[in-house]
Design a protein around this ligand. Structure first.
Ligand code: HEC
Length: 112
């Protein structure tokens, strides 16, 4: 299933408890570099060093499997998370938790 199709499904589906947990995981482990909204910026707008995950043009060119592999193995300055999450969870981070890039808006309602 492509990232874009998954995004459409997300709009229709309520978030499960498991996804809420993954949101907490994102806030705890990813937001330090990618921002609470995934934009790669902190609350004051400063760049945090992580890639902007809300960049729709970039996202459209990515494959879900490749991004999940990056999360698990690490990439560049990003550490790998394979000890903390499974591949299925990495994919759910990508399809259900990480911001979807529509006009730079975050898809993490609880983001602070
Ligand atoms: C220490 C800072 C840091 C943390 C923590 C971090 N990232 Fe990253 N992330 C980066 C950087 C830097 C890049 C760009 C890597 C590159 O392409 O060189 C990146 C890239 C990515 C990418 C794109 C990978 C690709 O193949 O292009 C995804 C997706 C991603 N991060 C998700 C996450 C998720 C999910 C978490 C939490 C589980 C996370 N990141 C935690 C710094 C971080």
């Amino acid at each position: 299933m492509g990232l874009r199709f998954s995004m459409l499904l997300l709009l229709a589906a309520p978030l499960s408890a498991e996804v809420r947990d993954l949101k907490g995981f994102f806030q705890a482990r990813c937001a330090v570099c990618h921002g609470a909204d995934g934009s790669g910026r902190g609350p004051n707008g400063a760049r945090l060093g992580g890639r902007n995950l809300t960049d729709a043009r970039w996202l459209a060119k990515q494959q879900e499997a490749g991004l999940a592999a990056s999360i698990l193995k690490g990439r560049g300055a990003m550490p790998g998370f394979r000890r903390q999450i499974s591949e299925a969870e990495a994919r759910r981070l990508l399809t259900e938790v990480i911001p979807k890039g529509a006009k730079g808006k975050a898809a993490i309602p609880e983001a602070r």
